[in-house]
Design a protein around this ligand. Sequence first.
Ligand code: KG4
Ligand code: ZN
Length: 339
Amino acid sequence: MAKFITLGVESSCDETGIGLYSQQHGLIAHRLFSQVEIHQEYGGVVPELASRDHIQRVLPLIKTVLKDAKIKLTDIDAIAYTAGPGLAGALLVGSAVAKSLAWSLKIPALGVHHMEGHLLAPLLEQSQPKFPFAALLVSGGHTMLIDVKAIGQYKILGESLDDAVGEAFDKTAKILGLGYPGGPALATLAEQGSEGAFKFPRPMVDRPGLDFSFSGLKTFARNTFIKHPTQKVDVAKAFEVAATQTLMIKCRRALEQTGRTTLVVAGGVSANLSLRKELNHMGRKVGATVFYPRQEFCTDNGAMIALAGHFRLSHGQYDAHNEINIKPRWNLEELSQIE
Ligand code: KG4
Ligand code: ZN
């Protein structure tokens, strides 16, 4: 067990990510291939192109990661892959490769929940959050507030009723004529905007509860931009401020409601520096500590899948060998605890 090494395979959307996590040494290698250039000309992810590219990338990337870590394929003890949620074709590639490899090596394999990967990514860092904690997961497909008692013990406190916050960033970026992926581009543009030029609403903060709604914010951005086409940077700023403050207000409420003093923030949008500033400020005011993954592990990667899989596989959880199963839709609350 001391040397237990888990290979992680991520292929749920537009990045092929491979990671190697060792019981003894932690993360020992990881690589990412981003498909951004492939999808850029279409202004968004084309699922069929994503699947085809994953097929070409997975095995060479695994070989490179093994070389980086100076280990052999036969040194791997278990394989974790993203089983869902995500694009069906893309998930099938990772699942098929992981299962076939595991079968041929006679080692266990386990399908990991992509959002559990994001949620546990801060545990790849030196300074780690301790359970229990409240968590904000913000990605291109999800916006969720969760109460986390332990690994696998998740209670969803609130989620987006329409667009995920990352999706709202991407759509607003598109409205402003920025390329795909829009979130980081919008954030960069917003740096030049002046706060207060426009005041956008903070959706659903006046209502009790912890659910979110971001599609109205995107429409507000569109209407403002049509009226003030020369003030692109200020529209970007107003959108970012409204989105991040809304997230902050709901996080504060979740901490109050649960009594937790630790907040974990993960998923692609947790890379956003304005959001981090807003949440750190709130944390200091209410006496809570906020944890994030390092920048490169906010967005999709193989390291987080290797880690999430490692916790479960090293506790004896694994899939049946004889089936390739994916879960394009998968509720986080259905996950089992670790015994
Ligand atoms: O977690 P992720 O890589 O993929 C999903 O699981 O969806 O998240 C991608 C999302 C995209 O919507 C992207 O625009 C957004 O995260 N994102 C950002 C930033 N970096 C990535 N949004 C705002 N600011 C950023 N710096
Ligand atoms: Zn993701």
